[in-house]
Write a protein that binds this ligand. Structure first.
Ligand code: 5GP
Ligand code: MN
Length: 336
C-alpha cells in the first residue's frame, strides 16, 4: 500500500536525504538502507545513513557500509543531518520508538518522513508510506519502490542488487520462511541478473563466525537450552556472565533462537538475553502461533506473526518464569 504518492515528485530535484533504520540493524535493515542509499545517490541526492547503534561484523562487507554514521560515535553530526534533511527515510520499522536514541530527533525533525516497511501495526507519522506486511523483507519493498513505483529498473547497479539480495536472504532465512513467495524468487533472479553474486553473499554472511562465536553457540546448545515438551516450546536463557565469557559482540546471538525451533516437534522458541540495561527477548514460531501478540501483550514489543521481539526490566529468571506462566494460555494452539 502506497500513501502520500503526491510527495514522490520531491525526488525530481536534488534533496538532502537521511536514511534511518531500526536499532541494532539486521541484514534487512542495513541491506535495504544501503540499497536505497546507492540508488538515491545515483539520482543526484545528497544522502547519509544514520544509525542508532553499530551493526554486526558479518554485514560489514556490504558496499557503502563504511560510510554509515553511527549516532553514539558522532552524535552532533548525526543530529545536524537529521535536523537539516528534506526527507528522512524510515526503513524496516514503522514505530519511531524502534530507532532508540534517534526517536526524539526524528520526531522533531522538520523534513518529511517516508516510511518503507513490512511490520504490522504501523504508527501514523509518515508523509509517504509504502507498507506491505506480506513483503518478505523491506529490501523487497525497496526493489519494487525503485523498479515499480519509480519505474527505474534500469538504474539497478550491482551494489544496489547486492545489498537488496542480502536483505531478502537474511529476512527469509535464506529463502525458506513462509514469506518466500514465487514473486520473491523472481525478484532474486532479477537481482542476480543485475550483479548480485549470490554464492559470495551467502559466504560473507554465514561463513564469517569468529572462533568465539562458534564456541558460544556450542556452549548455549549444551548449557542454556531448555525443552518444554508439554507445550512444544524450547527456550535459551543467556546470562550476562555467558556473554562476557565468550566476548559476545553485536550480531553474535543472531540466529541462535532458530536452533531451539529446529528441535523436532517444537512450535515456539524463545531466546532471553541478559543485556546490561534490560532482558532482550526473541520469539520464533511456526504456523498460527502469534509471537507478535505474546511480545506485545507481555514483553513491551512486537514484530511479525512468526518472528517477534521484546524486552523487560525484570531479572532474567523472572522473565523466563513469566514466559513459562503464559504458555498455558496458548496450550491449545501450541499442541495442535
Ligand atoms: P529479533 O528477535 O530478530 O530481534 O526480532 C524479530 C522481529 O521482531 C523483527 O522483525 C523485529 O523487527 C521485531 N522486534 C524485535 N524487537 C522488537 C521490539 O522491541 N519491539 C517491536 N515492536 N518489535 C521488535
Ligand atoms: Mn525486515
Amino acid at each position: 500500500m502506497l500513501t502520500g504518492e503526491n510527495n514522490l515528485q520531491l525526488l525530481a530535484t536534488p534533496k538532502n536525504i537521511v536514511v534511518t533504520t531500526h536499532h541494532k540493524p539486521d541484514g534487512d535493515a542495513l541491506g535495504s538502507s544501503l540499497g536505497l542509499y546507492h540508488w538515491l545517490k545515483a539520482k543526484g541526492h545528497v544522502v547519509q545513513i544514520v544509525l542508532s547503534s553499530d551493526f554486526p561484523s558479518f554485514l560489514d562487507w556490504m558496499p557503502g557500509s563504511e560510510q554509515v554514521i553511527i549516532y553514539p560515535q558522532a552524535p552532533d553530526v548525526a543530529e545536524k543531518l537529521l535536523k537539516e534533511a528534506d526527507i528522512i527515510f524510515c526503513l524496516d520499522y514503522s514505530a519511531l520508538s524502534r530507532t532508540n536514541v534517534l526517536e526524539p530527533i526524528i520526531r522533531l525533525a522538520e523534513g518529511q518522513k517516508w516510511m518503507i516497511d513490512h511490520h504490522l501495526d504501523p504508527e501514523d507519522f509518515a508523509a509517504v508510506s509504502y507498507w506491505d506486511p506480506n513483503a518478505a523483507a523491506t529490501a523487497q519493498l525497496i526493489y519494487t519502490f525503485i523498479c515499480d513505483v519509480n519505474g527505474d529498473r534500469g538504474a539497478l547497479t550491482s551494489d544496489i542488487a547486492t545489498c537488496l539480495y542480502a536483505g531478502i536472504m537474511t529476512d527469509t532465512g535464506s529463502f525458506r520462511f513462509r514469506s518466500t513467495t514465487a514473486a520473491v524468487h523472481q525478484i532474486i533472479a532479477q537481482l542476480i541478473e543485475a550483479g548480485a553474486k549470490n554464492w559470495e553473499i551467502h559466504e560473507y554472511v554465514y561463513n564469517s563466525s569468529t572462533e568465539n562465536r562458534l564456541k558460544f553457540l556450542g556452549y548455549c546448545l549444551l548449557n542454556c537450552l531448555e525443552v518444554i515438551p508439554e507445550y512444544n516450546t524450547a527456550i535459551f536463557a543467556v546470562t550476562k556472565d555467558d556473554l562476557e565469557k565468550f566476548e559476545v559482540t553485536t550480531g553474535d546471538t543472531e540466529g541462535l533462537v532458530n536452533y531451539a525451533l529446529s528441535v523436532k516437534g517444537i512450535r515456539l522458541a524463545a531466546l532471553f538475553i541478559d543485556r546490561t540495561e534490560l532482558i532482550k527477548l526473541s520469539l520464533r514460531s511456526i504456523g498460527e502461533i502469534p509471537c507478535n501478540e505474546i511480545c506485545k501483550k507481555y514483553f513491551n514489543g512486537g514484530g511479525h506473526l512468526n518472528a517477534s521481539g521484546g524486552s523487560s526490566n525484570e531479572e532474567l529468571g523472572a522473565v523466563v518464569n513469566k514466559f513459562k506462566s503464559i504458555l498455558p494460555e496458548y496450550k491449545e494452539i501450541l499442541t495442535k
